[in-house]
Design a protein around this ligand. Sequence first.
Ligand SMILES: O=C(O)CCC(=O)C(=O)O
Length: 263
Amino acid sequence: MRASLIQIAVNEDESVDSRRHRAAALVRRQAGSDLVVLPELWTTGAFAYEDFTREAEPLDGPTYEVMAKAASDAGVWLHAGSIPERDPDGPVYNTSLVFSPSGELAAAYRKIHRFGFDKGEAVLMGAGQALVTVRLPETTLGLATCYDLRFPELFRALVDAGAETFVLPAGWPERRRAHWTLLAQARAVENQAFVLACGTAGTHAGVPQAGHSIVVDPWGEVLAEAGPDEEVLTVDFDPAKAAATREQFPVLKDRVLGLRPPR
Ligand SMILES: O=C(O)CCC(=O)C(=O)O
């Protein structure tokens, strides 16, 4: 299986609409890949808090339209990263869109863990409630977004729902890059799953982005890692390795569920 992670640069000297069309052109260039991935909130930037509301769009808004067409033009599964999604009856969500190779929406995942503590996304956006998996011919994807990476229980729940390959779009800052790499490997090892983590490059809202998109296999080996700048990271991997690792080294079978704190 071939995956291409588009680590697009999000800088303020480019308009949202121009970046949207540039991203679509990059997706089209990945024809021949099975799965293409874009990062978190790449239209606005994950730290451009003021733009979340201004640039929020309905699920089937301009980014949906452009990305559905790019997926079908390229004939790829497309995880189009996330958008600030305006729910007509509710708040703005940080929502990831996945399109099939014919350009149909296959899944939408609203980020569950919002980043920012008492500011930013944590106060401006609504929290998703639902786990999302997507069945591809070769593997089952489990969806998570950026800060979700810090919450291992989400990934365990995705494993219980059948996930073998986690796809994680992010807008991770450079100053915590060490955590990014470490946690991507940890989620892969503890769940015996692939991790495809796609970040952004560039600087927006004064926050330099980490780049360093990374693909980790179920044994924790780094199969590919990007540098700090805009690039497309392409990797070939055998998705059957998740089931094989779980079979050969069956730690997931030794889980003890329902542990309680001491009384
Ligand atoms: O957890 C972190 O260090 C970064 C998280 C983040 O930037 C986000 O979720 O947007």
